[in-house]
Design a protein around this ligand. Structure first.
Ligand SMILES: *Cc1c(COP(=O)(O)O)cnc(C)c1O
Length: 428
C-alpha cells in the first residue's frame, strides 16, 4: 500500500498535488511519501517483534538523510555497506550501536572506521576479513562485535543479478567452512563473535527458499552451540519483495510480512538468540515515485515511442534488472479518452534506456507528466550523471507539507567536479 492517489483526477502524494511539485522543482524528480515510509516500517517492526528483535534499515536501498531520519525516529537502525553509508547514517542521527556493517569486501580503512566509532556489528564475509578486523581492532586495544555472513547455498530473488545466497554467488562464508572459522575467530584478539548472518537475495515474494536458508542457519547455530561457541545473534538479512504491478490493487504487504514473521518465529522457536532484520526495498520501494515529463513522440507502425525527460541514469532498474515499473499519468485521462501502445524511453543513446516496452497507456502529448511508480528503492541511490545529466533531485512529502530533500545540482557544480591538469592550462 502507498499514499499516491488521484484526487479530482490529479495524482497526489499524500495531500500534495504532484503537478504543483513538478512546477516548483522541475522534472525529472523523485518524490517520497512519509506516511508510506512510516506505514511500512511500523508494519514490519511490529510483525518481527521490535524492539526485542532489531531492525536495521538497509540504507543502500535509499540513503537520503530525510528518509534515514524519518525511519530513525521510528527506532530503525541502519545496515550499511561502506564507510560513506556509516558516516551518512550517523549524520542522520543513527547511533553507532544501531549500525551494522555488511558487504563483500571492506577496506582496512573502513574496518578501522567501524572500530573507531564502535559499530554494533561487523558482518564478516571471508577468512581474510576476519584476520584484518582482528588485527585492526587489537592494534587499537578494542574488541569489535562481529558475526559471520553465511552463504547457505540457497539463492532467491526476483532476478539473477539480485540473487546472493547461492554457492555460485560471491557472498559469504560457505556452510562447510563456518565451524572451522568460528573456532579460529574465538581464539583471535580484537573480535567478539556474536553469531551469524544470512541474506540470500532481494525481491523475494515466496518464502520457501528463505525458510530453507533459515533452517540451515538454525542447524548451524545448534552445531556451534554444541561445540561451546556463543551464538547470541542471528541477522536474517533483508530481501522481502513488494508488488510492482499496481493492478494488484489488494494490499499484499501485510500478508507477506505477517507470513514471513510467522515463518521466522516457527523456524527459530526455542532458540535463545536475538534476531535482527535488514529490510530495504520493503520499507522504501512503494514510498517513492519518479516524476518525468514527456518530451516528444516518435510514431512507428506498431507502436509509438514516448520519449520522456528521465533516463536510465536517473532510474537504472529497468536497464539493469529488466524491472517493471507501473507508469501513471499525473493528470488522469478524461472519461472515454483513448489508449495507445507505447515504448517509454529516456533520451540517452542506449537501447537499454527504456522504461517500458509495448505498454498500453492513456494517449500522451509532449509536456504531459507521468510517474514511474514504486521507484523509492534502488532508484535515486543508483543514479549517475551519465551523459552529463544533473543528478535527479528528491522531494519528500508529509501530509500537506513538502520539502526538497536533495536539490538538483547546477551545471557549474557538475562541471566543477573535474580538474584540468597543468599541461593543458592555457599558456601565457
Ligand atoms: C541489499 C541487502 C539488504 C536489503 O535487501 P532488500 O532486498 O532491499 O531488503 C539487506 N542485507 C544485505 C546484506 C544486503 O546486501
Amino acid at each position: 500500500m502507498h499514499h499516491f492517489t488521484y484526487r479530482d483526477g490529479r495524482l497526489h502524494a499524500e495531500d500534495v498535488d504532484v503537478t504543483t511539485l513538478a512546477d516548483a522543482v522541475g522534472t525529472p524528480f523523485y518524490c517520497y511519501s512519509t506516511a508510506t515510509l512510516e506505514r511500512h516500517y511500523n508494519l514490519f517492526a511490529k510483525a518481527v517483534g521490535a524492539p526485542k528483535s532489531r531492525v536495521f534499515f538497509a540504507m543502500k536501498a535509499n540513503s537520503n538523510l530525510a528518509v534515514l531520519q524519518t525511519l530513525a525516529r521510528l527506532g530503525a537502525g541502519a545496515d550499511t555497506v561502506s564507510e560513506g553509508e556509516i558516516r551518512k547514517a550517523m549524520a542522520a542521527g543513527i547511533p553507532a550501536d544501531a549500525i551494522v556493517f555488511s558487504g563483500v569486501g571492506k577496506a582496512d580503512q573502513e574496518l578501522a572506521h567501524a572500530v573507531d566509532v564502535g559499530l554494533h556489528q561487523v558482518n564478516i564475509e571471508t577468512e581474510g576479513e576476519l584476520h584484518a578486523l582482528s588485527r585492526i581492532a587489537a592494534a587499537k586495544g578494542r574488541r569489535q562485535d562481529a558475526v559471520f555472513r553465511i552463504n547457505p547455498d540457497i539463492g532467491a530473488g526476483g532476478h539473477a543479478k539480485i540473487t546472493t545466497g547461492s554457492d555460485a554467488n560471491k557472498f559469504g562464508i560457505s556452510l562447510s567452512e563456518a565451524e572451522r572459522l568460528y573456532t579460529v575467530a574465538a581464539n583471535l584478539p580484537g573480535i567478539r563473535m556474536m553469531g551469524l548472518a544470512v541474506h540470500i537475495g532481494s525481491q523475494i515474494r515466496v518464502l520457501d527458499e528463505l525458510q530453507a536458508a533459515f533452517t540451515r542457519l538454525r542447524a548451524l547455530t545448534e552445531r556451534l552451540g554444541g561445540q561451546g561457541h556463543r551464538v547470541e545473534r542471528l541477522d536474517l538479512g533483508g530481501g522481502l519483495g513488494i508488488p510492482y504491478e499496481m493492478e494488484e490493487a489488494v494490499d499484499h504487504g501485510p500478508d507477506l510480512i505477517h507470513a514471513y514473521a510467522e515463518m521466522v518465529t516457527r523456524t527459530f522457536a526455542g532458540l535463545d538468540v536475538e534476531l535482527a532484520f535488514e529490510p530495504g526495498r520493503l520499507i522504501v520501494g512503494n514510498a517513492g515515485i519518479l516524476v518525468t515529463r514527456a518530451l516528444t513522440l516518435n510514431p512507428r507502425a506498431a507502436k509509438t515511442i514516448l520519449v520522456v525527460d528521465a533516463a536510465m541514469n536517473d532510474l537504472i532498474r529497468p536497464a539493469m534488472y529488466d524491472a517493471f515499473h507501473d507508469i501513471w499519468p499525473v493528470v488522469a485521462p478524461a472519461q472515454g479518452a483513448g489508449t495507445q501502445l507505447y515504448d517509454v524511453v529516456g533520451p540517452i543513446c542506449e537501447s537499454g534506456d527504456t522504461f517500458a516496452t509495448g505498454r498500453t497507456l492513456p494517449e500522451a502529448q509532449p509536456g504531459d507528466l507521468v510517474a514511474l511508480m514504486t521507484a523509492g528503492a534502488y532508484g535515486a541511490v543508483m543514479s549517475s550523471t551519465y551523459n552529463s545529466r544533473l543528478l535527479v533531485p528528491e522531494v519528500m512529502v508529509r501530509g500537506a507539507e513538502w520539502a526538497v530533500v536533495r536539490p538538483r545540482p547546477s551545471f557549474e557544480d557538475l562541471i566543477g567536479l573535474d580538474r584540468v591538469p597543468a599541461w593543458l592550462a592555457p599558456r601565457s
